[in-house]
Design a binder for this molecule. Sequence first.
Ligand SMILES: [Zn+2]
Length: 413
Amino acid sequence: MSTEPGYSHSIPEAGHDDFEGLELQGKVAVFLYGGPSHIPGALRAHHSSTEERIKALRKAGAVGVVMLQNPKSEEMPWARVASSRFEPAMTFADPSLVEDQGLKVSAVFNSRHAEKLFAGARHSFKDVLAMADANRPLPRFELPSRLEARAEWKQAPVASSNVVGVLPGSDATLAKEYVVLTAHLDHIGVGVPVKGDAIYNGAMDNATGVAAVLEVARTLQALKPKRSVLFLLVTGEEKGLLGARYFAAKPTVPLSSIVANFNMDMFLPLFPLNHLLALGQEESSLVAPLQQVATAHGVTLVPDPAPNRMLFIRSDQYAFIRKGVPALSFKFSHAPGSPEERLMKAWHTRHYHAPSDDLRQPMDREAAAKFVRLLSDLTLAVANTPERPRWNDTSFFRRFASPLVEEARQREP
Ligand SMILES: [Zn+2]
């Protein structure tokens, strides 16, 4: 049994509920990845996270889910999406850490063949896409097609560590608080060969991020920041932000002492750094020091050009955001319609999660170095400002802030 509930979002804060009046008990929900543009990007992304989506689907009684991608927002060719099914999945050994269980079947369906699912239904997939592209509300309706699935898997334990280092702060009081820099150290490993190459190197994704964190660590030693800075290289990002989630659940310093998180995940130094996207910049006071530092480096901050790619939830900063820590995650960006935009698109098509993400691809090393200088200035600015960063009053994510932090905030004049 299957039903198409539009984007499959339940977002009371935005007055949007794709499940309202829909009978999903015992059914498989087929949905279009994305969301209506009147819902702010960060909120749309939060509700597109696996945890939030599964929570909503289970509440509605669904037993499975099939995701369709709008061909317009596809990041890589279908062949690579399809071969990623051979990559082993991973989860926590400790069930109390697992937040995304409860559905019997979960699948990504090739959009090129999506009309098969819609055979005999009230709308075709083409109709639904046209409505999505025109930003009209999506219809929700029963699909006559039926899904039969059988699953078989092998299970094996595996251990993988986060790596964490601390630069103690130079101010006796502020040193008890931490700015956390994160980058994931894992990639895909050995996978389906492409042109005879089975090694997925991950030079951009995410050796660049790890190198940036190490370089900031080196720079800051001489500058003696007042707050402590924690350098955290997390494992298992590609398997669902596992290392970051683990750290956020069992932090090595009190969670309430973490004032901010800056995350580096394939920031993509493909061309000179003139435009920077900082995911999360609309949500917290971190935008003020960021704006200052960006201006000093001649860099323009830009809004997210493609909110439906949901980058806000797709890397390690999201584990901190869910625990109430204001965070930013960085990407090189570009003016709309520019050659840089085409370069970035081509990079995703050719190299994203492909063996060719290696050292032979072109990289703008000077631009990468400039980004690292900017990041190091930003970290220093936040570490040295006595007032701790805070969520904007209007931010949806403020609700996750530590009660201790919120209490202290109430007491402020
Ligand atoms: Zn990746």
